[in-house]
Design a protein around this ligand. Structure first.
Ligand code: 4AD
Ligand code: MG
Length: 476
């Protein structure tokens, strides 16, 4: 049975015979193959003796080729690695023509690699990012299981708009050229596959709430879709969200859980992805060096992660944040694109970044937002003006979590829905939760890719998901 390079590297080289399989990263001097199998960042050096190997075979070895190698695992004769394989047998599964194989051993730009998204995981950076991503996903499940939460799967095709924002992708089998029309001349969705208008979900929250009202503490971890035309380094049209929902939690309990959760999963990767993070830390440092002095991060990647794990997040109300922003230098000097003038303004990412990166220099939890700028399901405060919402803002990322205590009072919820133009007919089942055994409850959503961005020090969200979906782009 062939071995994984990761496991092999933990063994003492004593000349034992081993077999490995992987892809050639480099082939030097017709003698040294750097082989990588994805199990770990490092390549395994395999030394071929060209006298024992046929010249025809040698010629087919180049960067990108898939090989099976058997040989003796020995202490390395050269510098740079502790062990290597002295090749006795070599089989080429598949060659990679150097004239056409795009991933050559040189620096490729991330823009170039996005166009080769099917091959980019064969680079050191992308393999490191994707291993960290996989480890974070595991840590998410582990955290919630340890806390006694149940994993639930909420629908991807939905008949309701959870956020009431209307930025949804339609799901339909009607003929786009000639859809059936009703008497009013509108598209007749009764003739559509589900007999009604349906979309891809923007959030599993509303369905997760139904499960929290029976299982107590639940979480979802699934894909969500938003047709917002935001061509930024923080937005995807298809992204993964983790949404815990807890019966009997108030907003403080919710914030405590969110903070503990983020710290735990980051701690997990610090402990379990050391090699990849050290590599990404070096990459991050190089990138920072290339920036003008004022824009440079004053911390390295590993330090940034440790800082979040070790320090309490700042918690302030929206109203306090508005006061800080109003008094801030960029506001007074009119440097913000959106000046903060009145209470009630929606915060833009420039404001969020000011609070996190300049003012507090820490993750910040903002709570008690104006009702007007938040979703209908958030619990109304006694002031009748604000709701029990909370957003967690992260350095370099902006909003990473959005959540709230939910409105559990039927009459208040109905009047909020009416105010915000959310139809009761679609959400009769959601209202039922308030009719039968209603209880205080809370939850939040964490954008998984934004977490991966933070943990890997990458700058574009398109580079932390295998195949990004963004406006005008759904290749692969
Ligand atoms: O703040 P949002 O819209 O909250 C909800 O959807 C709630 N239903 C969550 C809940 O309470 N259960 O989205 C939650 C998070 C954001 O904080 C952000 O991290 C991420 O999802 N997010 C995106 N990530 C990538 N691309 C996008 N277009 C995103 N939109 C939101
Ligand atoms: Mg939000």
């Amino acid at each position: 049975m062939p071995q994984k390079i990761k496991q092999l590297m933990e063994l003492a080289p004593q000349g034992q015979e081993v077999t490995v399989q992987g892809w050639v990263r480099t082939f030097r001097a017709n003698r040294f193959i750097a082989l990588n199998d994805g199990s770990t960042l490092g390549n395994l050096q395999c030394v071929v003796d060209f006298e024992t190997l046929e010249e025809d075979t040698l010629k087919t070895i180049s960067t990108g080729a898939a090989l099976k190698i058997t040989g003796n695992f020995i202490e390395s004769q050269g510098k740079g690695q502790h062990a290597e394989i002295q090749v006795t047998e070599l089989h080429v599964y598949g060659t990679a023509d150097p004239e056409t194989y795009p991933i050559q051993p040189k620096k490729h730009s991330f823009e170039f690699l996005r166009e080769k998204a099917h091959l980019r995981v064969r680079t050191a950076t992308f393999s490191a990012v994707m291993r960290v991503r996989a480890a974070l996903a595991f840590a998410v499940h582990q955290f919630f299981r340890d806390q006694g939460f149940h994993y639930v799967n909420t629908p991807i095709i939905t008949g309701s708009d959870a956020e009431g924002a209307g930025e949804m992708f339609r799901v339909s089998t009607l003929d786009p050229k000639a859809p059936t029309l009703n008497e009013q001349g509108n598209v007749d969705f009764q003739k559509d596959f589900f007999g009604k208008e349906t979309h891809l979900t923007v959030s599993g929250q509303l369905e997760a709430e139904t499960y929290a009202m029976g299982l107590g503490e639940v979480y979802t971890f699934g894909p969500t879709f938003r047709a917002e035309n935001s061509n930024t380094t923080r937005h995807l049209a298809e992204f993964w969200m983790i949404e815990p929902e807890m019966a009997f939690y108030d907003l403080d309990d919710n914030m405590d859980l969110a903070e503990k959760f983020i710290k735990k999963v980051l701690e997990y990767v610090l402990e379990n992805c050391r090699e990849d993070l050290v590599f990404l830390d070096e990459r991050f440092a190089k990138e920072e060096q290339a920036k003008p002095q004022q824009q440079r991060s004053d911390m390295g990647l590993l330090d940034k992660i440790k800082f979040v794990v070790d320090n309490n997040f700042v918690r302030i109300s929206y109203s306090e944040a508005i006061d800080i922003l109003r008094q801030s230098k960029p506001n007074k000097k009119k440097k913000f694109a959106y000046l903060i003038d009145e209470w009630g303004a929606d915060l833009q990412s420039e404001h969020e970044r000011f609070l996190v990166e300049k003012h507090f220099k820490k993750p910040v939890i903002l709570f008690d937002y104006p009702a007007k700028i938040k979703a209908f399901y958030m619990r109304l405060n006694d002031d009748q003006k604000t709701v029990r919402a909370m957003d967690i803002l992260f350095p370099g990322i902006g909003e990473i979590v959005g959540g709230s205590q939910r409105e559990e009072r039927l009459d208040v919820l109905r009047s909020r829905m009416e105010e915000m133009g959310v139809e009761e007919e679609e959400l009769w089942w959601y209202l039922d939760l308030r009719r039968f055994g209603s209880a205080p409850h809370s939850g939040f959503g964490l954008g998984f890719e934004r977490l991966v961005l933070f943990a890997t020090g990458m700058t574009n969200i398109r580079d932390v998901i295998p195949f990004p979906r963004t406006p005008q782009n759904a290749s692969f």
